[in-house]
Design a protein around this ligand. Structure first.
Ligand SMILES: [Cu+2]
Length: 123
């Protein structure tokens, strides 16, 4: 094999690796987008735990079926939704790229203390 041929093969191999790295995750980096519907009421989220993969795109809808205002706050990625009673709100965001358990809370005074918390589990 000539030196030139080896360089050419190396370049092709590198391109294949680069394409493979980009191809799988599209823009999300973590596979297909996840649609999540959360119901908020006094004083809990259902579901409270959301399981995602690192960097996954999440299309979140929070519906407030309670009788007072609630929020759904995931500080790790600066997502904060405020939802009036009887209404719903949506947001698309990207999950953290590092595996771990990230706390979710309702930051209306007293609600977190009353148990209105959840978690985003990235793994
Ligand atoms: Cu609340």
């Amino acid at each position: 094999m000539s030196r030139r041929t080896i360089v050419l093969f190396a370049a092709i191999a590198l391109m294949a690796v680069a394409l493979a790295a980009c191809g799988g995750g599209a823009s999300s980096g973590g596979g297909a987008a996840l649609n999540v519907s959360v119901t908020a009421t006094e004083f809990k989220f259902d579901p409270a735990t959301i399981n995602v993969t690192p960097g996954q795109t999440i299309n979140l809808t929070v519906k407030n079926t309670g009788s007072v205002q609630h929020t759904w706050v995931l500080k790790a990625v600066n997502v904060s939704l405020t939802v009036e009673p009887g209404k719903s709100a949506t947001r698309t965001f990207t999950a953290p790229s590092s595996p771990g358990t990230y706390p979710i809370e309702c930051d209306v005074a007293g609600h977190k203390e009353a148990g209105m918390v959840g978690q985003l589990v990235v793994k």
